[in-house]
Ligand binder design. Structure first.
Ligand code: SF4
Length: 473
């Protein structure tokens, strides 16, 4: 089938059309990635745990740990703001399997519970907390359980719902919400030209009929406005001579479309998920407060002869349990990890919400939609926070290999990205405030007050990294 337009000629547009024409190559790449992914998560759990002398280049378990958590996760996140969701559409093994399964499944219609907009937040929180309970970054069995479990769930959903679709990716994937937020900053997107689309109908009457495109993540092509839901698979490139890969300003989607697509679940995910629960997950293992509380509670329990919480008999899939590595959680440890993460999430989320709500209140008459829009200016700092937390695994693995030059390079990259994210967030906040200022006729003083509140929110978000980098070192 040839959907290619004669009109679009930019190099980027041609790249999009190339993807559309060579979908067979993309499909082959997907299966290669799937094969590599299967090796990395399936083989290490059946090998003995690596000793102190194991290296990235000499032990498959350490190699898999480095590739999965040290490179794959942090850089997939980073790729979202550079290329949009190309990872999802071109490389993700879960998406590939889910779509493949839906070719042969029941093809059922998607039930309402799956379409619930709270899933991205709930799935992100549950996966983050469970990952910490079983030390997913450290142990291959835990990685298999979390990643493999998610892949099996993706296949089951594919078998049950949709035909040649990615229902799992669109609604239930634990990182779908985070990816959708970050992709709003991608300088690339598939743009729909409304005029060309309408014109194509007249053409079709005389000329040829447009062959329908299968958009696996169920994006409504004609009304597609941003890059948030699009998986950048390229299948629709050139469709009706109206869809093409284009450059755009990274601020465009958030500033111009942010209010239309604003949802309270996005706000909750940014504030309580990415800047809350995720911070708690990155903090607890280095927090002196965590140790103080643990010691206090352990002493209290012993004094009161309540000893069962100190027992270490939980299975590895409930709490970390690797006696041979001297790494075992008692029931007290595990419960404290969960409580610490949840409390930190609540503390950061509520403090940030307070700052943003204050800014919204100062700017003019209260508007919940504006609150959600204003919160979206925090996406860059939220994305970089998650990236920094994940790159801690990269740093500790590189340090274990005595690659100190690389360690300092990754650390400096992280700090540089944190500074850039602060600048990007502030820039977005200024643009958003100016937009609302013009619309509601707010004064310059009120706008400056709203921006001061936003700067306070940025300081709160940065404080999480100030503690890790400078206070708790
Ligand atoms: S809109 Fe759908 S078909 Fe088009 S590139 Fe995005 S995911 Fe692919």
């Amino acid at each position: 089938m040839n959907l290619l337009p004669a009109l679009h000629t930019s190099r980027l547009t041609r790249a999009g059309h190339w993807m559309q024409r060579h979908y067979v190559i993309i499909r082959s790449v997907q299966w290669i990635v799937l094969f590599a992914y299967a090796i990395l998560i399936l083989i290490p759990p059946f090998m003995s745990l690596p000793g102190d002398t194991a290296h990235i280049w000499s032990n498959l378990t350490v190699f898999a740990q480095f590739v999965l958590w040290g490179i794959w996760w942090p850089f997939v996140l980073l790729s979202m703001v550079i290329l949009g969701r190309v990872w999802c559409g071109v490389l993700c093994p879960e998406g590939t399997l889910s779509e493949f399964a839906s070719n042969y499944g029941l093809g059922g219609s998607i039930p309402r519970w799956i379409r619930w907009r709270g899933w991205p937040f709930i799935a992100f929180v549950l996966t983050t907390i469970y990952g910490q309970m079983i030390s997913v970054y450290q142990y291959p069995k835990a990685a298999l359980l979390v990643l493999g479990g998610s892949t099996i769930a993706a296949v089951i959903i594919g078998l049950l719902y949709g035909r040649r679709k990615r229902v799992w990716c669109r609604y239930l994937c634990p990182v779908n919400g985070v990816f959708a937020l970050l992709a709003r900053f991608a300088p690339l997107h598939y743009r729909v030209d409304g005029y060309a689309w309408r014109f194509s109908y007249m053409q079709n009457q005389h000329d040829r009929r447009a062959i329908p495109v299968n958009c696996a993540p169920l994006v409504p092509l004609r009304s597609m406005k941003g890059a948030s839901a699009c998986h950048m698979c390229g299948r629709c490139s050139g469709y009706r001579d109206a869809i093409s890969l284009q450059w755009r300003s990274p601020a465009q989607e958030v500033v111009e479309l942010g209010e239309q697509g604003a949802s309270r679940w996005d706000t909750v995910l940014i504030l309580y998920g990415m800047l809350g629960i995720a911070n708690g997950a990155f903090h607890w293992s280095v927090s002196p407060l965590f140790i103080l509380i643990k010691q206090f509670l352990a002493t209290w329990l012993i004094d009161h002869r309540i000893l069962w919480p100190l027992e270490t008999n939980a299975s590895w899939f409930i709490f970390t349990h690797y006696p041979e590595q001297n790494d075992v959680f008692s029931w007290l440890d595990g419960s404290l990890v969960i409580s610490y993460i949840v409390t930190t999430g609540f503390f950061y989320g509520t403090t940030l919400l307070g700052c943003i709500a204050c800014g919204n209140f100062i700017l003019g008459r209260w508007s919940t939609l504006r609150l959600h829009h204003f919160t979206q200016a925090l996406i860059p700092i939220a994305g970089i926070s998650v990236f920094l937390g994940l790159s801690a695994t990269t740093i500790s693995l590189l340090r274990g290999e005595h690659l100190l030059l690389l360690v300092s390079w990754v650390q400096n990259l992280g700090l540089a990205l944190l500074v850039m994210a602060n600048i990007a967030s502030l820039y977005l906040a200024i643009k958003i405030v100016m937009k609302h200022m013009r619309r509601i006729g707010s004064s310059v003083l009120r706008s400056a007050g709203a921006l001061l509140c936003f700067i306070a929110a940025l300081s709160v978000a940065d404080s999480a990294w100030w503690l890790i980098f400078y206070v708790w070192v």
